[in-house]
Write a protein that binds this ligand. Sequence first.
Ligand SMILES: NC(=O)c1ccc[n+]([C@@H]2O[C@H](COP(=O)([O-])OP(=O)(O)OC[C@H]3O[C@@H](n4cnc5c(N)ncnc54)[C@H](OP(=O)(O)O)[C@@H]3O)[C@@H](O)[C@H]2O)c1
Length: 242
Amino acid sequence: MAKLKPDLVFCNLSRRNPDIKSFGERLNHLACDLSQPTEVALVARNVEAFLERRVPAGRILLINNSGFGTMGPFPEADLAKQVEMIDLNVRAVVHLTGLLLPLLLRRGGAIMNVASTAAFQPTPTMATYGATKAFVLHWSHALNYELRHSGVRALAVCPGTTRTEFFRIAGLKTGNRADALAMSPEEVVMSSLRALGAGRSQVVTGWKNKLAAFASSPVPKSLATRVAGTVLAGYRRLQARS
Ligand SMILES: NC(=O)c1ccc[n+]([C@@H]2O[C@H](COP(=O)([O-])OP(=O)(O)OC[C@H]3O[C@@H](n4cnc5c(N)ncnc54)[C@H](OP(=O)(O)O)[C@@H]3O)[C@@H](O)[C@H]2O)c1
């Protein structure tokens, strides 16, 4: 995005400073733990103050991207982690969007919510994660409809496996055969921006992921659950071997 539009100003909301030198002054880090409701409320005020000071006019793109998953039968690895996942993947998305929506409505712009292909079917061994992403997918579609005459749009981004820190943080090994199917973050971003430009409300990135999402949509949920359970069990076996 920085390469495509040199005049964009970025505000990063996460715990660690991404510290990307090439962005210089254009990247502003507002440290926060979005799984904590009080920190979401505080950082939303800080975003508003920052925009008023540095970029008082122009459209805003809010990207709700922060999230994590775990793999294993519920409630492994531990129940507190499952609840934290809901706080970050679901509650923070709703909370932050709700707090910043008046600003977006005043200035125009868009909301990009990062869901996943895990949103399209129940995901045994990633039960909570898949359910958080199903929420994000449905919520984004409904929000986009509600906002249709407002000058603000919402887009649900549904990537499949992508080469990021996600798997390491989920406690999984990387470098196995399943990684060959993974997309790069750049490919996911380009596909998402094209979908935003085309005015779509949902994008599944990459043709293999599109095929998988399409295949799981018309089948009964019980069958989709068995298929996803078998695929994810295969993935866990690969993990155990590598
Ligand atoms: N990678 C995949 O295969 C894949 C596939 C489908 C969907 N997704 C989704 O894509 C999104 C981005 O994940 P990623 O793949 O880029 O994984 P990642 O490399 O682990 O990045 C996760 C991001 O979330 C932030 N984050 C985590 N916990 C946070 C917290 N408590 N408060 C604020 N920020 C927090 C992290 O920053 P800090 O650690 O600095 O806080 C980091 O910027 C997630 O929503 C994920 O579910 C990923």
